[in-house]
Design a protein around this ligand. Structure first.
Ligand SMILES: [Fe+2]
Ligand SMILES: [Fe+2]
Length: 189
């Protein structure tokens, strides 16, 4: 759901709950448990909202490491750039910030793919062609999303950001792990 719609629904729900609290105090009195339970649920809203917003962001985990410092640094930077993009999607950060966040994550992804591919080649990695094909397919998909973004603007950004987040985290923690032992064995970093 679009963040603006979510905020409207939340504001309506909070307003309705507030009215219910007041009416229940009037109808049932302060000695009754129900008005107090309704009041307590009103205070839970900011907490639940914060919890639901947190899942948009990604945090580096040691298990993501491929054991090659330069590539881990790239992957960490990519996660930071994804978080910037999530910020642009879910908060009203303005068009300039949004476009810059998107350009940065796509540009750094391409830069990183090139670096990673060079290192895999240097190590004579047997699955190089398959790995490179996965990178190429991802860039092709992102280019399609970018065309949609050009047409629709902010409304197309959520799906794109979600794809970038899921793909990159899945790739770092999956396909990229497969070259890890060879690169470390050959001392490529
Ligand atoms: Fe990678
Ligand atoms: Fe990769």
């Amino acid at each position: 759901m679009n963040r603006r719609i979510k905020m409207i629904v939340l504001a309506m729900f909070t307003g309705a709950l507030l009215v219910a609290v007041v009416l229940s105090f009037i109808a049932l009195g302060a000695m009754h448990l129900v008005p107090w339970l309704l009041l307590a649920s009103l205070f839970l809203i900011p907490f639940l909202l914060n919890r639901s917003e947190q899942h948009h962001f990604v945090v580096w985990k040691d298990e993501y490491s491929v054991g090659v410092e330069s590539l881990d640094d790239d992957h960490k930077k990519l996660l930071n750039l994804i978080n910037n993009l999530q910020l642009a999607v879910h908060y009203q950060t303005g068009e300039n910030f949004e476009k810059e966040a998107l350009t940065d994550v796509v540009a750094y992804t391409k830069y990183h793919f090139e670096r990673e591919e060079k290192m895999m080649q240097e190590a004579s990695y047997a699955d190089f062609d398959a790995h490179k094909a996965v990178h190429t397919a991802m860039i092709a998909k992102v280019n399609k999303f970018l065309l949609e973004y050009e047409k629709q603007g902010h409304d197309a950004l959520e799906e794109l950001a979600q794809y970038l987040k899921d793909w990159l985290v899945g790739h770092i923690n999956g396909t990229d792990q497969e070259y890890s032992s060879l690169l470390r064995e050959k001392g490529i970093n």
